[in-house]
Design a protein around this ligand. Structure first.
Ligand code: PHE
Length: 482
């Protein structure tokens, strides 16, 4: 029997759920690192410009596709255009692949949460603690399963009672915790005379020293890759959440709010992490990102803070736990909703089956650190285990492919107007601002002005600029350029 389609009860509920997806590990462990590496304020500036143009375009497009078709990712693209159903297939494959390993990392976060909350932060800062933990046989699997079950319970409860209600509590709480830690971080007196404020300067002041054209290219590509991952597009999430967005709610306003929330948390994560890491570990500390930053370097930073470090660490990992949980929820929702829409299964059945499959794949990936250990070379010179391979194919290869195909579908096949009409059907506008170029013709002593509205910008973005940027990003992931 077909269940009635869910919807978010309010636009704020939708915004917080979508922001819950967008704000994830990427905001915390990658954004600050890239900002420090890519010239501080320079990176921030490029990121914000891209968010307002490229990010905006992708978000409006995906949410509109969802709302217009009232279908989740797997079936939405086919409904939009008969021959394009395969895009939905890959868009659903991405969260299906990411969920198991995202929950493994969620399990690691949970382990550290418990360690810090029970006063064991000192032990967690030990040299081999992290490696010892992830290469163990039982513990990582147990934590992964607990994390996955927590996700499943929320999905089981549904869009409204589960995802929306939880996001309304966790997201504001997360924001308060990030702000609190960020303020604390600025007051730090570190080792060798370094302070939190010194770190803040590295983060905020644009550093163009010794930067040539190729470095600027790297900054743009880094910012673009980060933004792309951060706003949770190209993995069916925004399409699926968009399908629960009510017809008479303001879509444009919601897109702006999601972007502001996501960028604000990423920015605050930088204020939280860079000053603290710089104060205690210096420039060496700033070279670290990903799991190494979160599970090795930061515990050492917390330890250096003395007695208070355990409390700060506990608050930090609780905050990360919220961020990871709401992102994992959005991943599972895509797969479950797709199963419901495609096969008419009940939410219960779809949730149970997806949970069992994810546990099976998750266990396999966990064993990639012991029983099935191997080192596989990846483009860019690094090597990786099973988890890295899942990550590489899903986020570096499939995601750009989904995004490029979406741009071509909307830009050239169904045409941007279809999306613009959907996004503005309640009389919303694309916003008053746009790009204004003005120049003076000295010979004729005449001033010229060219105004490009945000609507025109959207069309140019979706048709030409975004696919080109994404293609370059894909070539970068394949190791063909850079
Ligand atoms: N947007 C998330 C982040 O910044 C990434 C993500 C979300 C990944 C949802 C998977 C699923 O970390």
């Amino acid at each position: 029997m077909k269940e009635k389609r869910n919807s978010f009860s309010s636009s704020i509920g939708f915004v917080l759920a979508a922001a819950g997806s967008a704000v994830g590990l990427g905001n915390i462990w990658r954004f600050p690192y890239l900002a420090a590496k890519d010239g501080g304020g320079l990176f921030l500036l490029v990121y914000i410009i891209l968010a307002l143009t490229f990010g905006f375009t992708m978000l409006v497009t995906e949410i509109s596709i969802g709302r217009k078709t009232k279908q989740s990712a797997l079936t939405a693209y086919g409904k939009l255009h008969k021959k394009s159903g395969w895009i939905g297939g890959i868009a659903t494959l991405v969260p299906f692949m990411i969920l198991p390993y995202y929950c493994i990392i969620g399990g690691w976060v949970l382990k550290y949460c418990i360690a810090f909350c029970t006063g064991q932060g000192g032990a967690a800062a030990g040299d081999d603690y992290f490696t010892g933990f992830i290469t163990g046989y039982h513990e990582p699997i147990i934590f992964t399963v607990i994390f996955l079950l927590a996700v499943a319970v929320v999905i089981f409860a549904g869009v409204n009672k589960g995802i929306e209600s939880l996001s309304k509590i966790l997201m504001p709480a997360l924001l308060v915790l990030v702000v609190a830690i960020a303020i604390f971080s600025l007051t730090i007196q570190g080792s060798e005379g370094r302070t939190g404020m010194d770190g803040l300067k590295i983060y905020l002041i644009p550093n163009l020293e010794g930067k040539g054209f190729s470095d600027v290219f790297t900054v743009v590509m880094d910012a673009m890759g980060q933004l792309f991952y951060s706003i949770s597009v190209a993995m069916g999430i925004m399409v699926t959440y968009g399908s629960y967005f009510q017809d008479d709610h303001n879509l444009m306003k919601s897109v702006n709010r999601i972007e502001i929330f996501d960028t604000a948390v990423a920015f605050l994560a930088g204020i939280m992490i860079i000053p603290a890491v710089f104060a205690f570990l210096g420039n060496d500390g700033l070279q670290k990102a990903g799991p190494e930053l979160m599970f090795v370097a930061l515990p050492k930073v917390f330890q250096s803070m003395g007695v208070i470090g355990n409390i700060v660490g506990a608050v930090f990992f609780i905050m990360v736990f919220f961020a990871a949980l709401t992102s994992a929820i959005s991943l599972m929702e895509v797969v479950v909703a797709s199963l419901i829409d495609k096969f008419g299964w009940t939410r219960r059945m779809a949730t149970v089956i997806e949970t069992v499959i994810s546990i099976a794949i998750g266990v396999l990936i966990c064993l990639g650190y012991n029983a099935f250990y191997f080192e596989c070379p990846l483009p860019g010179g690094s090597t990786g285990q099973l988890l890295d391979l899942f990550d590489y194919f899903s986020s570096s290869i499939f995601m750009p492919i989904v995004a490029i195909s979406t741009c071509i579908l909307v830009g050239w096949i169904i045409k941007p107007k279809a999306i613009i009409d959907e996004a503005t059907k309640n009389g919303e506008t694309f916003g008053k601002w746009g790009l204004v170029f003005s120049w003076v013709n000295h010979e004729k002593n005449k001033e010229h002005k060219l105004e490009i509205s945000r609507r025109t910008l959207y069309i140019a973005m979706i048709k030409v600029i975004a696919p080109i940027l994404l293609f370059v990003l894909l070539l970068g992931s394949l190791g063909i350029i850079r």
